[in-house]
Design a protein around this ligand. Sequence first.
Ligand code: S3P
Length: 436
Amino acid sequence: MTAGRSKPLLGSLKPPGDKSISHRALIFGLLAKGVTPIEGLLEGDDVLRTADACRALGAKVERLGEGKWRVEGAGLGSLLAPKEVLDFGNAGTGTRLMMGVVGGHAIKATFDGDASLRKRPMRRILDPLVLMGVDVLSETEGGRCPITIQGTGEPAPIEYRSPVASAQLKSAVLLAGLNSPGRTTVIESEASRDHTEKMLSYFGATVHVEKEGAHGRKITLEGRPTLNAREVIVPADPSSAAFPLVAALLVPGSDVTIIGMMMNPLRIGLLTTLQEMGAQIDVTNPRIEGGEDVADLRVRHSQLKGVDVPADRAPSMIDEYPVLAVAAAFAKGETRMRGLSELRVKESDRLAAVAAGLAANGIEHRIEGDDLIVVGTGHVAGGGTVETHLDHRIAMSFLVMGLASDKPVTIDDAAMIATSFPTFRPALEKLGATFS
Ligand code: S3P
């Protein structure tokens, strides 16, 4: 797929449902008693794999209409052993959260996925689960999928200090702890997205959240709650909104309104960073939908300037660095993005993939330790072909680059875009983007 220099992007766009909340809505539907109706579910491949896994574990999962789903729960403590391998495709979130769910039940399951997922580290999830009593029956070298675990119906209550700021890790431990007869505590030194904690409370569990140090949190869950089914309304995904948002900033003459974007403070580090870079973004109509802050964002073309992005902001914009690197390429001056070690273990090694994409399109940049430095000159030559390494966010980021660069930008494979933003192409074309 190729993106070419576009006329001004104009109009409004509602991004698809949040991927993190969509996975969790299905999983909580599986664990709750009764019927969980879901509105605005992201119908991307990643989430559909989680829906399949919920079915395999005993839930009745039905699609009623666009984004409208219903999950009839199997109930906490009453999951079925899946008959086949749980194949999560490209989805790290689905895999890791479900490892926690299975780990807290006396069932055996095998987790697997595509070539990207098979490279991702799973030891970080297995380590705390083993402390809780889970048996790892088989794993591929280095703690990679395929992995077979035997869960326990009596998970030991633990206090776990997370070695990485990871919502997936935190969530796996809490989900396993749901079926524990005692209290499960996770301590994180940098707060990661809090959708699991919020949803636990919403479905009726008792969760205490305290501050821990300067930026951290301590989350304590009382085991064996009664989880009662409740309706979940999924807000628009800020990580998907990031692509049309940055595109509107970069394409001259653009004026785009993003409708209903989730404004959870642990998800909007990109917004803060872009505003520091001089982006014209008006946040309007703030409101609460489905228990989350949402707002509309009017975004106008802006000449950006380089900034220094602190490492402690990383958890709140972890998936947005590839598209920030593209914005930085069009900015004037140096942008330093600090503390990006986690980018090496996403759907691809995003640090390497971004660097290669910048190089292919004539952008000066360097990697120093875990920092990425992009030297912007205000315009981008383009003309390169970018390898996406089965990574949807690398694909969309470099297509955004091509909308404003001198020469078109090509990506080798657009298929993975369907994992998180299946309507990316028509939605951006409607605003005026040129793809071929
Ligand atoms: C997610 C957490 C993040 C993020 C991923 C979704 C989640 O991963 O990169 O896309 O839904 O919990 P980590 O928690 O591993 O950083």
